[in-house]
Design a binder for this molecule. Structure first.
Ligand code: HEM
Ligand code: HEM
Length: 170
């Protein structure tokens, strides 16, 4: 993924905050998705729904919409202020794997909530299936991403991990 200002001095405060906000919201989705599935199925069958299912279903909808907004704002921030350079002391295959992983994560963070919103507000089953299908690839990519971050820290010893915690760190 190319950037307009590739040598930005570290991640911006906004970018760091949004990264961790997305992480927390994904954990929320991990916990509440069963209630959303229940709410979805019962709503489509016009079956009775308990308050917990309605509440946690709506937590899913709101958290998912916030993930969409956070991913879009983070992308805007990344293009307008640039991202820090990929470390020079890691092999190029690792940088490319990181780039591809990041592009795919952004793509799913945008496509998945859009499919969910189309499914819910349009009551369109096919959009629900696309939404459901994207979950496993997202989990695999997150696993790869976290493994990559840990490899940066402990294997390539690049110090990249610090910059996702402390804004302005190169
Ligand atoms: C990135 C954000 C989101 C993530 C990670 C996420 C995750 C999930 C997961 C894991 C499931 C369960 C899939 C299954 O096992 O059947 C699910 C179901 C569902 N979600 Fe989301 N969700 C997100 C955003 C949204 C949004 C914004 C909506 C809007 C209403 C939504 C609506 C739904 C619906 C309708 C289902 C049931 C679909 C079905 O069972 O076919 N989701 N979601
Ligand atoms: C839900 C889980 C996560 C998601 C969706 C996610 C997503 C992302 C995305 C989209 C980027 C931006 C890449 C770019 O714009 O070029 C990023 C950067 C980064 N993430 Fe995560 N992340 C997650 C969890 C984590 C965790 C748990 C860690 C730490 C162990 C981590 C460490 C990093 C680091 C170090 C960077 C900066 C990479 C660099 O500066 O080159 N991420 N993450």
């Amino acid at each position: 993924m190319s950037t307009t200002a590739p040598h930005a001095k570290g991640w911006s405060t906004l970018s760091v905050a949004l990264h961790w906000m997305i992480v927390v919201l994904i954990v929320v989705q991990l916990i509440d998705h069963e209630w959303m599935v229940d709410l979805w199925r019962k709503t489509r069958r016009a079956a009775p729904i308990d308050t917990t299912t309605v509440t946690l279903g709506w937590v899913h909808i709101i958290a998912g919409s916030l993930i969409l907004a956070a991913a879009l704002v983070r992308l805007w921030d990344r293009y307008s202020h640039g991202r820090p350079p990929y470390p020079v002391d890691e092999p190029s295959w690792a940088s490319w794997l990181a780039r591809i992983t990041h592009v795919l994560i952004y793509a799913i963070l945008i496509l998945m909530p859009i499919a969910g919103l189309i499914a819910w507000f349009g009551m369109i089953g096919e959009a629900g299936e696309i939404h459901e299908f994207l979950w496993t690839p997202l989990l695999v990519l997150i696993g790869l991403h976290v493994a990559g971050a840990l490899a940066q820290q402990f294997w390539f010893k690049t110090g990249v991990l610090k910059r996702i915690f402390v804004p302005g760190t190169l």
